[in-house]
Design a protein around this ligand. Sequence first.
Ligand SMILES: Cc1ncc(COP(=O)(O)O)c(C=O)c1O
Length: 382
Amino acid sequence: MPQGVVAGSIPLFAGHPSPDLLPIDGLQRIIRSAWDAPNVARFLNYGDEQGDRQLIEFLVERLNRAEGLGICGENLMIIGGSTWGVGMATQQLTAPGDAVLVDAPSYRDALHIFRDHRLEICAAPIDDEGIIIADLERCLRKLAADGVAPRFYYVVPNFQNPSGITMSRERRLAIIELSRQYDFVIVEDDVYSDLRFEGAAPPSFFDLARGENVLRLGTFSKTLAPGLRIGWLIASPDRIAGFVESGMLRMGGGANPFTAAVVADYCHSGVWEAHVQWLRGQYRRRRDIALKALEASMPSGVTWTQPRGGYFIWLRLPSSAPVDALEEQAQEQGVYFASGKGFYVNPADGAHHLRLSFSFVPLPDLRKGIEILGNLIARMAE
Ligand SMILES: Cc1ncc(COP(=O)(O)O)c(C=O)c1O
């Protein structure tokens, strides 16, 4: 069972790819040929601190082609997944007691990293276009009045975890203005943008700010396999150089050289692009099934988001259905979801929210799990 999944349950909490969405045969072929290649010893040794050159070259070319970013090899480094990037950025940019800005709700495990580093976390609420600028400004003014300058704003701009919401271009531009005015960095955790089902993507923060004071993270976890632990960081050349020269990378010699070489071969062969294309259809189907099941099963008073990509749907429960009670009753019936409370700096703010993931469970379980939740919520309202 993958991380945290109870055998025999319906794990609607799990933000993992379903096992049938992992390209096992294709990866096995590439791994075998990487293993048999004459230069395998090179990849079994310490690597280049900036990461696998072939993979850097592939990603730079792809990002320039798809988004016209105009970046070069000095703008990008390979990391051990987006989580590594959030940890590294936090380590380099903050000291204990510093303040950082986040959305409310925000990605639970990023909040965990910020707490590990003993940071003060300041959150402003989101609506269906992302963080509400007036609330963020209020937050910034209050911090400034206390003599505090936040070090960075952490954001999942596309198909946010947990809400599924994508931040509008206008909000992104307003935040870039504020980042210049109040001198904070933007950490853009862009793990879901390749899983867009419909509509056009707003430009990234990195693009809109022309790379100035933005760290943008990407990962192969959602479009290939999380167990490979490979992602990337895009930033200005001087920031990349700062990370590359860190003690951690000097000592360890770059991120996962063998897996990075395998991923590079997989990408250069053209198979990854085709796989991403196929995945979009698979996840769109799962999203549609989940939305249909919600429509059919949820009593009035429950509302939810309509994500246009990614893994997650965010539910708001009526006052008759506190999430703690629902969680207890759902688990008795084998249904596990992510309580809204984990996604807020102040857990009580999530007392009537929950996150459903449509990425992992078999399709009949997706329908059945949502139906069980709908019945429980309806019964609580009676
Ligand atoms: C917003 C966000 N960031 C990071 C991660 C983890 O990414 P990685 O596997 O690349 O560390 C996830 C996975 O759920 C996520 O939703």
